[in-house]
Ligand binder design. Sequence first.
Ligand SMILES: Nc1ncnc2c1ncn2[C@@H]1O[C@H](COP(=O)(O)OP(=O)(O)OP(=O)(O)O)[C@@H](O)[C@H]1O
Length: 425
Amino acid sequence: MNNNHNNSDNSEPIEKIAVKNLYKIFGPEPQQALDLLKKGKNKEEIYEQTGHTVGVQDASMSINQGEIFVVMGLSGSGKSTLVRMFNRLIEPTSGEVIVDGENVMAMNHNQLVNFRRSKTSMVFQSFALMPHLNIIDNVSFGLELSGMSKDKRQERALVALEQVGLESWGNAHPRELSGGMQQRVGLARGLAVDPAIMLMDEAFSALDPLIRTEMQDELLKLQDQHQRTIIFISHDLDEALRIGDRIAIMEGGRVVQVGTPEEILQNPADDYVRAFFRGVDPTGVISAGDIVRDTQPTVIWHTSQGGLRATLEKLNDLDREYAYILDSQRRFCGVVSIDSLRDTLERKTSGAKIEDAFLPEATAVLETDSLQDILPLVASHSWPIPVVNEEKKYRGVVSKNRFLRTLHRAENGDHQQKSTEPGEN
Ligand SMILES: Nc1ncnc2c1ncn2[C@@H]1O[C@H](COP(=O)(O)OP(=O)(O)OP(=O)(O)O)[C@@H](O)[C@H]1O
């Protein structure tokens, strides 16, 4: 799964697109239908009474700078309508779209055209490459509309082709390229604009599974270099989990849930969302950090309390078998047990250090490691496995009980965590 690219320093994400109470009603008199909708009539009733179709209903969300935001839902749930309202390719019936603080709804025609050309690009599932143009001209075609010189256009197109690994195909014609390569050209066309925002509508859906995975990797690689804001429509859960920093799930024109894959999996808003996630192996999605505990185990600070005998006494007092040793920065150093402490004290009467009692196989896992990753460790060790963040700072432990309980719940389709469970270790 993809980790949030722009947010590794835990700073507040910058909002790129803010959508507030957005509605789209298709038909000649949308206002009348909108009033009915706001009075509580549902999509079906409105269609029966007025012949209008509710495309999107009261959608609100924030999309952060540099994230891949996946919009998922069944066919007809409103994904394309929602995303096309971001650049007003579909005119909203009501609501707000703010991009970089600018109100897109207030833009006049020229401002809107300029906004679309300079800030956004769209990549579709089926886009037509022009058969009589070579690849480089196909890629640079969109730039012509913005009045760029031919040299500059060709240069930009070549850079975009390089990004998708097709730099040596510039002079070829579309018929010489495989389907997967043609889709890459489509992506390059979207990249040539060097957009801050890419809207991708089922962009990889027509590809066979292997090439599809390859394109997803390509996109993630590009994202590591450029951190664009990508809104990616998909009906495929595996794809959403693989590339999405966050996912919005739509049903019948409504956005029913927005969250990271972990959040949605652990706390699905309703049965529709749960049904989407059924069949996913939850152990690949729930991470150690999601089920970490820091209340139960005995934590000893290396420098201030680190004596062997003092640690042993503390464990005896607390009736615990293991202690987790941290340095003064709260970085994990090792695990000791009552037995390892006793053995060390017996073997080395003087000058013994706490390190001498470390259990040799006691390693920590990262909070971002999935349950699948940590399963072998949890299964083969009798002590709760320590969990650290990327700076090696101790976050807590995952006990075997907690691990098994999470697994059991997940297998029964209930991924919800109970935040306090007494008596766990
Ligand atoms: N131009 C239109 N005129 C009338 N109704 C429309 C129009 N475009 C979309 N709709 C309706 O709006 C609803 C949402 O459609 P939309 O295409 O946004 O869904 P979607 O989730 O993108 O579907 P798909 O995955 O099949 O592309 C559907 O009920 C659809 O029939």
